[in-house]
Ligand binder design. Sequence first.
Ligand SMILES: C[S@@+](CC[C@H](N)C(=O)[O-])C[C@H]1O[C@@H](n2cnc3c(N)ncnc32)[C@H](O)[C@@H]1O
Length: 258
Amino acid sequence: MSMEEEVTKCGKIHDVLAEHWNWAYYDTPHGECSWLLAEYVERLKEDVERRVPVMLKELEELVEEYPSDSFSILDVGCGVGGFLHGALNLLSKKHKEVEFKTTGIDISREMIDYAKTNLQDTGIELVCDSITNQRLKFKNEPFDAAILMVTLSFYNDENSKEILRAIHNKLKDGGFLLILDFAWTYIWSGFKLFSKPLQSLTDTFFSHLIGESFHFMNRTEDELKELITEAGFDVKRAYLSEKKSKMKGMLVIRAQKK
Ligand SMILES: C[S@@+](CC[C@H](N)C(=O)[O-])C[C@H]1O[C@@H](n2cnc3c(N)ncnc32)[C@H](O)[C@@H]1O
């Protein structure tokens, strides 16, 4: 599938989900859901509450390892702006000596509209576009660090590499990319008996949301690392955000631009 087709499908999915993501981060009300969507929404808030602190810690470590009077951050697929909101709150209080310059980009108009409301008066640059648009020029580029949370799984391998290369172009030499995404866990990655129904449930869910077929990519740790390396990064560390997860976990990766 072409990049344009996948971007369009992914944008549609997140236009539908935006109010639920806003609820997960900001407790705002959301409308009635079908039973399938309700299953997803039920887990979303807990997932967000578990993932965000892990990524905030990763980002904070980078800021502390590379002291400077300014630090620029690009959040790719920033959604409703929840991560940037949390990051600025935490970092600007803890590191008053540092000027944080932040940008968020998202293809979903609904997501960015929520982000604009949530982040008003913060000075964060917000752009509604695909990171793969080669004409993009951000106010804060090149960046010290980029964040990519739960986004690569919506793209096939070729398109994922294009997204990673686009991020690579927007980073300073030696800049960092922090990724959090789904991965089949080590122990169960070859165990197809359970992974197949789980895959088809996820595909059914997203296809149901947009009324057309959609395939969600589930990769192993090695597959994710290979994509990142082929896009010009060195993988510095990778670990599961929760050790107890059995089949599917959240993989956290720190990569550096070569
Ligand atoms: C599952 S959501 C996660 C949102 C946010 N990263 C978070 O964890 O709170 C993935 C987001 O990536 C956005 N996205 C997907 N492809 C993108 C692209 N090519 N460029 C910019 N944003 C993209 C989607 O619209 C969606 O809002």
